[in-house]
Structure formats: structure tokens, C-alpha cells
Design a protein around this ligand. Sequence first.
Ligand code: NAP
Length: 502
Amino acid sequence: MMLTGKHYLAGHWVSGDTRFMSAPAFGPAREFSAGTPAMVDTAAQAAEAAFESYGYSSRAERAALLRRITDEIDARGDAITEIGCQETGLPQARLIGERGRTVGQLRLFAQHIESGDYLDRKYDAALPDRAPLPRPDLRLMQRPIGPVAVFGASNFPLAFSVAGGDTAAALAAGCPVVVKGHEAHPGTGELVAQAIEAACKACDVHPGVFSLIQGGSRDLGQALVQHPLIRAVGFTGSLGGGRALFDLCAQRPEPIPFFGELGSVNPMFLLPQALSARASALASGWAGALTMGAGQFCTNPGLAIVIAGPDADAFVAEARQALAAVATQTMLTDGIAEAYRSGARRLQQADGVQDLMSTQCSLREATPSLYETTGTAWLANEVLGEEVFGPVGLVVKVADFNQMLTVARALQGQLTCTLQLDSADRAQAQRLLPILERKAGRVLANGFPTGVEVSDTMVHGGPYPASTNFGATSVGTLSIRRFLRPVCYQNIPLDILPADLR
Ligand code: NAP
């Protein structure tokens, strides 16, 4: 494993004056150069220069680049897994699985652009004899928007990071990318950047197509979203950080879209028949979903809504037992572990909340927390609807189905909403569905939302605060839309139209 501790800027590995040390869960801490606003400018200028060729490259050329990146990542697979485990504390199997997902989504985007459907090509033939006015020849096609900034996420060091979904979608669309690596995994980020560098060289694309700037202070992220050559931002992280950067994008002299994937409590509605028939299976499944990856998934189903009664009591007792058996896990960073503890304390101390299990952990460790409240208390306190990132569950015992509907209506925007239902619950599910589809990007039945399929049909987004753009997704092929805009070509001679439109 050859780490330079440098940034990859427009085809060169460079370092600056300021450094930071990585803080791995285990293994050696390493020194990395900290990014600066001047580096953002270099990367953005190079990205704009690269757009002149890359933005007009053929779909076959871009598909070849995406596939070459997958080969280069896989060629470094063992080294990426090794440092990824050290930096994040995630187990080896997770890192290997996440690499599979990462190369899988790069390949999916290669296929997706080859098919060409995403271009939305439309044609209104000229009507020269139309009265009272003739119609011109009109053609529409989606075009790439230009340089895109990507903020690597802490919780997916590969699939939502340097070569993650945002980068894959932008490169597929024809947009050069400037990545701000997450400080939680700079070594993993650098190895992936080395893979992208090798692929860009092998495919002979402009060196400004990809840059990685590591760590740095808040100035770096702010400079990135405010740089006049950046045309859009892909972000996964906290509501506070995402909102601050979103506001900066809106305040620019020329505002740009900020595609932030932020917080979600992913409510799960357990309907009476399902609860009565399988409280125990639902409880153990929920405990597993809540604690997977120490609960550090944006789709973690943190809220369970049940109608009060003996079945609800059985569900809570089983969930408590299943959670008590979960071993201590390592969280991604000290900061995230501390945020988990303070978030859990906030729930524990809220009015009307019963403490069923409080986390007993320190430093970077996590053990689960479980709390219970009533529908009335939940409706009275919006803190109980806020995301706590980590293995924490809150059970809301509503008085009856009408209060369940009221809770559903009061939800903030979510990435997912889940229904647990049996056939006798269908009428109630049918009443909930129109409410839930207004709240979430994905509604699912009889499962847990944690796994997010990378496919044509996936929506990983939702109304604010789940995301800052309810019309977009950050996972699946539809996510390419974020980095495209429609252009209408009117009476443009055929031979000078973009090749894809001729
Ligand atoms: P974060 O604090 O939002 O940071 C994400 C990225 O944005 C980092 O690169 C960070 O840079 C940058 N950033 C944040 N606020 C900024 C600001 N005001 N100005 C400029 N740059 C800013 O998220 P995180 O580090 O991943 O984890 C912290 C919390 O985020 C977690 O506890 C959890 O609540 C949440 N989270 C949510 C999801 C989700 O999918 N919903 C995923 C991951 C994390 P710096 O590192 O320099 O601050």
C-alpha cells in the first residue's frame, strides 16, 4: 500500500503547508496534507478545462472510463479493504461487500449511458405550412452541466465516497468531479483516487476530469460550493452541515443545486394483524436492522409505531431482549460516537419518554439504546422525530389507528417509510399509503429499509430534511438526472448538432 498523504489535483499529487493525522479505529495514524481554498480553485479550473473535451466525449468513451475505474479499484482491493477497516472500524466483510457495490454501480452507469435512454431525446418535426405560424424543427436532449463537487460521506467509505454513487453519476453524465474526501477515511480515499488516476491515464481523458482534496477546515467545503465554476454539489452527511452548505449554494450570485442527502428516522408502522401474528420475528428483525453497522445507515429504521396493547408490549419486550444481546460495536469516528450518545440522551430526557435501555459505551464504542413513548407525547415534541445517528430505537405506542394516521401526517420528510402488514391489515395499509408516499422517497412493505438496491427503480431521497431536493435520488440510475439539464435545439443544422441527437 503506497500512500502519499497528498491531494490529487488535476493530474498531480500535491501537498500544502498544513497537515492532519488520520484517526483510525486501529492501526497506525497517518499524516495527510489538509486542503485549502486555493486547491479548490486549481481543481475547479482544471475541471472546467476538462469539460471542454469530457463534456463532449462519446458515451462509449465514458463507459470505458467507468469500467476501467472498476478494474483499477478491484486491482487494489486488498489494500483498500485493509486500510478501510483500519480507518472506519467496519468489518472486512462489509468493506469487501461495499467495494462490490461501488464497482457494481460504476458498471451499471456504464450500461445505462450506453443504452442512451437517459438522454430523453425528443423531436418535434418542423411544420413549415402550419397556420398562422410555421413550427420550427425542435429537438431536445439532456446535456451534462459542468464541474460537480462531491462531499464523501463518513458512513460509506467506498459506495458514497471518492468513487461512490455521486462521482459515478457525474462522470457518466459527462461532468468532471472535484471530491472533498472525508477526514474519517483519507487513506481509503487516496487509494481509490489512485485507481481513478490510473483509469484516467489508461483512457487518456483530460487530467482535470477528477480531483481529490483531502480534509481541511470548513473553509475548504465552503470554498468548494461557492466556486463559480462548480455547477452542482452532491453531499451525504448531517442535516446541520448539509443545510449550511445548501444555504451557501442558494446565496451565490449564481445559485446552483445542492443535492444533499441528510437525516431520516425511517418510521416503521406495524399494523395490528402483523404485530399479533409475528411480534417476535418483527422485533428481532428490527433489532438487527437498527444495529447493523452500529446503526450508521441513513436508512436505519429508528422509529417503530405500534397500537398500544399486549401485542405491542410483546414486541417491545422481544426487541429489548434482542438488542441486549448485541455486542459492542465501533463507530466511524469519535465525533459520531459522541453525537450518538448525546442524541440518545436527548431522547432519554424528553418528556413522556420511558428509558428501556440506555447505551453503556464510551470513546468510539456503541451499544444500543431503546426508548418508548406515547403517540400523544411524540406529537407534542418534535425532538422525538429527529434523527439520532447510531443504534437507537424509539417505539411510539399510539392509542388507536386514528392516532397512527395523525403520527403519519405529522412526520417530516423521510428517505423511507415501512409498513409491516398481513392480509387483514390491507384496509389500514391502504389508508396509510397515500400519506406515507408524500413523506418518503421509498415506501416498503414487510421488510426493513436498511439495504438500498442500486437499480433503475431505486429512489434514495425524499422531502426535506431527508434531502434538499425532493425530485432527486442519490442512488440508482435516475441519480444521473442531477447532473444533466435539458437543452432544446431549434433549427440547428443537423451536421453541427451533438452526435447523440443527429
Ligand atoms: P457532516 O458533519 O455533515 O460532514 C460531512 C462533510 O461536510 C464533511 O466533509 C464536512 O467537513 C463537511 N461540512 C459539514 N458542515 C460543513 C460546513 N458548515 N461548512 C463546510 N463544510 C462542512 O457529516 P459526518 O461527518 O459524516 O457525520 C456527522 C453526522 O452526520 C453524524 O453524526 C450523522 O448525524 C450525520 N450523517 C448522516 C448521514 C445520513 O446519511 N443521513 C450519513 C453520514 C452522517 P469537515 O469534516 O471539515 O467538517
